[in-house]
Ligand binder design. Sequence first.
Ligand SMILES: Cc1ncc(COP(=O)(O)O)c(C=O)c1O
Length: 385
Amino acid sequence: MESRYPRGLDVGSLESPAFAVDRALLEKNARIMKRVADESGAAVLLALKGYSQFAAFDTLKPYLSGVCASSPHEARLGREEMGLEVHSYSPAYSEKALREIMGLSDHVIFNSPSQWERFSALREEFAGRVSCGLRFNPSHSETETAIYDPSAPLSRLGTVREELSPGFLRRVEGIHVHNLCEKDAGALVRTWRAVEKALGEELCGLRWINLGGGHHVTREDYRVEDLIALVREIRGKYGARVYLEPGEAWALNAGFLVATVLDLHRNRGDLAILDTSASCHMPDVLEMPYRPHILGSGEAGEKAHTYRLGGATCLAGDVIGDYSFDEPLKPGDRLVFADMAIYSMVKTTTFNGVGLPSQYLYDSRTEKLELVRRFGYEDFRGRLS
Ligand SMILES: Cc1ncc(COP(=O)(O)O)c(C=O)c1O
């Protein structure tokens, strides 16, 4: 089995299961994001919902303008651990949550005119300290998977053109448009054209325009020049400050999940049970769904030995996928899942009492390895009563 990846890291020496994030790979992404900021004039934020391993914030901090948050907890994490701008948005706020968010944020984005009106007194109280805006729903779908499409019919995310009363946008300082998931710059250009078509002259006079996340900027084939050109065009035409708030792109392909084969088993085919779990440690595998890549593996049937890999929970569907390997698996073998920094650590659960993976930060430039966090019974117990 391949067991030396990322470069210089002996995965056999790590605790299992464990997330290992390479600071060198994070910084490689961050440099691309900084180029976008520098050449386009956009302020680029990190969406904490996608990646918020704050032990690595010192690596990212020199390259970003701030964070975007979805709750008081994320806003506080951003304020305390990153210490830069905080931009908050939630589909709806309770008064208690909004008061907390207002005290922690530079920008607060409301989802609907009714929330905007309901909290007018609170907005007044924070006037001059917090810049408030509205999320606009362009009703223009670019994302095929319905659960990731904010423009899907009956979507609750943002206000559609028909629900905006005349002149409403003159009362907000900015608009927020998040419409994409893992998309290229072309999808953003088409989304922006839809926004311009819907809002026309109403875009003039806004202080800021936030183009949300879902920009796969650090993917190899992403056309960074097209993103830069669009941001420059928007800034030139409307004189507004432009914000981008990707999550994924910051930590794309920068993290790994190391797991161990616990048992081999058969039921019409070969099965391997691992000490990790789709349900507990990589729920997007089931939610999206998708098949994560395992280093050194092939598709089912491509290499000599094929297995269905599953987790050690009671859920029949806790299946990661079918994979093949050159050599037969045996208990104790280490498997390394790629691209596991994003939407993994932030989504883990302790269903069945399954332990949370330890966290390592690694630097493939210096081969320095830090065990950042080990989780135990208290982390499981603490969520239950
Ligand atoms: C409002 C908002 N901003 C930013 C993001 C980050 O998106 P991504 O991680 O795909 O770049 C999301 C993701 O759902 C979002 O809903």
